[in-house]
Design a protein around this ligand. Structure first.
Ligand SMILES: Nc1nc2c(c(=O)[nH]1)N[C@H]1C(S)=C(S)[C@@H](COP(=O)(O)OP(=O)(O)OC[C@H]3O[C@@H](n4cnc5c(=O)[nH]c(N)nc54)[C@H](O)[C@@H]3O)O[C@H]1N2
Ligand SMILES: Nc1nc2c(c(=O)[nH]1)N[C@H]1C(S)=C(S)[C@@H](COP(=O)(O)OP(=O)(O)OC[C@H]3O[C@@H](n4cnc5c(=O)[nH]c(N)nc54)[C@H](O)[C@@H]3O)O[C@H]1N2
Ligand code: SF4
Ligand SMILES: [Mo]
Length: 763
């Protein structure tokens, strides 16, 4: 299979990725008939080799999780199509989704449970049986619990099975120390800012009401490179309809190239721009006054606060033209309420990010966008009950951008229809889910209490969490490190116990429930048998649970039984769901008109809180303030990083097909700067940061498309894991260079764009 895939040319592959699953509407049998007979002398195409089995599931190649149909023949998946009934795929997939087959058949995959034989980090293991691996883990966990308490076990979780460990097992076991990178390294500032302003978080699916949208503003959101399938579809449709697009980015990103206005802002100064926009909207009376009068509070305070924050004031800070600032504010206002600043996703930038995101949410309020057609709709969680279980020892608050946490979705707020937040507050931050960094430090210092064990589920520890050198110190100190993964990523070498998981199409999993304009539930069915000696997370969590005295939480025997029980609560069965296309779509309450007497806003006041009493009481600025960030020293550039369209984070660099499309990253360097440094396009250089951390060599892309004070590289390359045979040693690692971060005092999000690099020419 790998061989066949490698022969596909880039052009053919991308064509099939973006053609939007033309074959999807055909049933398996029709597909066979529709295909032309193979030419004599060629190998038999896969669709002639036997009965095609179509299985409904959800793409796991990124956290967007599009509905898919896996096409398999004789126990092997050959093709993945978008599920036309699924609101997040609409029958299409992005290139990464198409690459799912290549990901699951990566020959470098973990095959068997293993126990460490050498030193931590050496990567020496012995293959063992599941019994041995689980018995050993359970024994260690119980000994640690006995001596230090259940909270001394930390659990990190991401990817589609995170629910079983970071939510269900963590809560049953009784540790509040579960964290997800999709929260404190991604969305937590925008979620907390939204909680403070509207009384509910944005939710995993950004509720932009694309169909009627007339003006879209993007603050460092690079749609197209951030290649989430439906976001790209929606953007393309909106643009084709003539929607105006304003892009604020220090880099001329793919989406900036499609915009009406590009604001090449000085990195770290966005809050000044946002405040100046507020100034223009208010002083020129261009905001939605009726909406603000009816739904918001604190307008007078806001108006007084921004009175002096003119475009001229912001121009000096942002290095943007004052007239451009004024004009773009007017364009936004001319289109209200069908005018929206997209709530960004990866918003942990400078450690003051909740304030910036509050400014974004406040502008959306001034534009009257929330709850209006063509503006921002209210997300609603689908109705379905959790699997009944005894009360958990702790409330869950691992959070996360993909946090539609399965069984718990009915208990956690995702929109105005949700209930109040289950506040398991225990952090020093004002609100928010557990910050990952908060858990690394106690592993090293034992303060405020020791963390002795770490279970890493589907989290790319050393590529994801900033300051990997510090994480390594933590890994050395722990009494137990358990890694549950599918590939031999760098951190696997540091595990005591390695538990290899079956990929999404090799396992049955809990329902995927999505808070959405049309709330929906998607089936995650098993297409083929697990690879080698791999197992699903639900099975591992249960087997471990039974071994550590948590039987009462694991009364169910299979995930099918778990799901069947949940489906019954909405009058469904697995059989019905399978026969109906794998998706249940419910009715939402997207607009203000859908709320009769109750306010849709769930703040204490029931209003949009432009001025935040809650922030004031906690000693934070109640109105967004601009705080300058440190400047790069002489000879250094600010390190910016982001997505590449055909890769996901640090997980697909070794995926044969995606590796072929993009084997390494490059370093964007301003053309003027390159000339002055004597660097030419294609030169290979090393990159060294303020702490002397070096990565590379990386190929330079000399371009006019980036400001002179910053460089940019895509995330996830520069790997240091020989077992990743394709990815190892290609390009440079943004993660290694992010040795500094600043925690946002409100959300606990880790600001990572505060690192500076210089360029070292290859010897
Ligand atoms: N330097 C830097 N750090 C970042 C970011 C960045 O841009 N640069 N981005 C941040 C953001 S926005 C996010 S959301 C996070 C993402 O953080 P992560 O989710 O940690 O990122 P990935 O690299 O996708 O790692 C996923 C891990 O899950 C494993 N995996 C894949 N499929 C399965 C499966 O079926 N089962 C199991 N058990 N494991 C599986 C993969 O092999 C990999 O180790 O990273 C954050 N950190
Ligand atoms: N292909 C692909 N798509 C993905 C993912 C993936 O791994 N691969 N991951 C998904 C996930 S979980 C997330 S969180 C999103 C992340 O997608 P985004 O939220 O768009 O975040 P980043 O990728 O970090 O975007 C970085 C952009 O911000 C710009 N930037 C840097 N500094 C500043 C600044 O100070 N001000 C402004 N205005 N802009 C700045 C950069 O130049 C770059 O264009 O992508 C999602 N989509
Ligand atoms: S956006 Fe692409 S990678 Fe992400 S879930 Fe959808 S198809 Fe999969
Ligand atoms: Mo993210």
């Amino acid at each position: 299979m790998g061989k066949v895939q490698l022969q596909i040319s880039r052009r053919t592959f991308l064509k099939s990725a973006f053609a939007g699953g033309a074959g999807v509407a055909l049933a398996a049998g029709q597909l066979q008939q529709a295909a032309a007979a193979p030419a004599a002398g060629t190998t038999t195409p896969w669709y002639y080799r036997g009965q095609i089995k179509s299985t409904y599931s959800v793409c796991d190649m990124c956290p967007w999780r599009c509905g898919i149909i896996a096409q398999s023949v004789e126990g092997r998946v050959f093709k993945i199509d978008g599920n036309p009934a699924d609101p997040k795929s609409r029958g299409m997939l992005c290139a990464r989704g198409q690459g799912g087959v290549s990901f699951m058949y990566d020959p470098d995959r973990l095959r068997s449970p293993m126990l460490r034989t050498g030193e931590r980090g050496e990567g020496k293991f012995q293959e063992v049986t599941w019994e041995e691996a689980l018995d050993h883990t359970a024994e260690k966990l119980l000994a640690i619990k006995e001596q230090y308490g259940p909270e001394s076990v930390a659990i990190f979780g991401h990817t589609s099975g995170e629910f079983w460990f970071a939510d269900y097992f963590a809560q049953a076991w009784g540790t509040p120390n579960a964290a997800k990178p999709s929260s404190s390294l991604c969305t937590s500032p925008r979620e907390e800012a939204s909680n403070l302003t509207f009384g509910f978080p944005v939710g995993g699916h950004e509720p932009v009401d694309w169909a009627g949208l007339r003006c879209l503003t993007l603050i460092g959101s690079h749609i197209g490179e951030d290649s989430r399938n439906t976001v790209m579809q929606d953007f393309a449709n909106a643009r084709a309809r003539g929607a105006t697009v304003i892009v604020v980015d220090p880099r001329f990103s793919s989406v900036a190239a499609k915009a009406d206005y590009w604001l090449p802002i000085k990195p770290g100064t966005d809050t000044a721009l946002l405040l100046a926009w507020i100034n223009v909207l208010i002083t020129e009376h261009r905001y939605d006054a009726d909406y603000i009068a009816q739904w918001a509070q604190g307008f007078e305070e806001l108006a007084a606060h921004v009175a002096d924050m003119t475009p001229e004031w912001a121009a000096a800070i942002t290095e943007l033209d004052a007239e451009l600032i004024r004009t773009t504010a007017r364009v936004m206002a001319d289109n209200l309420p069908q005018s929206v600043i997209m709530p960004g996703r990866h918003v942990t930038w400078y450690g003051n990010d909740t304030q910036r995101m509050r400014a974004v949410h406040i502008i959306n309020a001034l534009l009257g966008a929330y709850g209006r057609e063509g503006g921002i709709y209210f997300n609603k969680s689908p109705y379905i009950e959790a699997y009944p279980h005894p009360p958990f020892a702790v409330a869950g608050s691992a959070g996360g951008c993909s946090a539609e946490p399965g069984a718990e979705s009915a208990e956690l707020p995702v929109g105005p229809s949700g209930k109040a937040r289950a506040d398991g507050a225990r952090t020093k931050f004002l609100r928010g889910a557990t910050a990952m960094q908060e858990l690394i430090e106690p592993m090293i210092t034992g303060e405020p209490y020791p963390i002795k064990a770490l279970i890493v589920y589907g989290t790319n520890l050393l590529n994801t969490v900033p300051n990997p050198a510090r994480t390594l110190e933590a890994l050395k100190k722990l009494d137990l490190v358990v890694v549950i993964d599918v590939l031999p990523m760098e951190h696997v070498a540091w595990a005591d116990v390695v538990l290899p998981e079956a990929t999404i199409l090799e396992r049955f999993d809990d329902l995927w429930t999505v808070a959405h304009k049309t709330p929906y539930i998607a089936l995650r069915d098993q297409a083929v048998e697990p690879y080698a000696d791999t197992k699903p997370a639900w099975w591992m969590a249960r087997e471990l649970g039974l071994r550590v005295g948590l039987e009462k939480f694991f009364k169910w025997e299979t995930a099918e039984e778990f799901v069947e029980t949940r489906l019954k609560t909405i009058g469904y069965s697995l059989e019905k769901l399978r026969s109906e296309g794998g998706v249940i779509v419910q009715k939402g309450k997207p607009y203000l008109d859908d709320f009769k007497s109750n306010s849709p806003f769930l703040t204490k006041s029931g209003k949009i809180e432009l001025y935040s009493e809650e922030l004031a009481l906690a000693g934070h600025d109640p109105l967004p303030v601009y705080t300058p960030v440190e400047e790069p020293p002489q000879g250094y550039f600010r390190l910016l990083y982001g997505r590449h369209p055909v890769h996901t984070f640090a997980k697909t660099q070794n995926t044969p097909l995606l590796h072929q499309l993009n084997p390494e990253n490059d370093l964007w360097l301003n053309a003027g700067v390159a000339a002055s440094l004597g660097i030419e396009d294609g030169d290979r250089v090393y990159v060294e940061n303020q702490d002397g951390v070096r990565s590379g060599p990386i190929k330079v892309k000399v371009t006019q498309r980036i400001r002179p004070d910053a460089v940019f590289m895509s995330h996830g390359f520069g790997r240091n894991a020989p077992q990743l045979t394709l990815a190892n040693g290609r390009g440079a690692s943004d993660a290694a260079l992010i040795s500094r971060y600043t925690l946002d005092p409100i959300s606990g999000g880790a600001g990572m764009r505060i690192n500076f690099v210089r360029i070292v020419k290859e010897a």
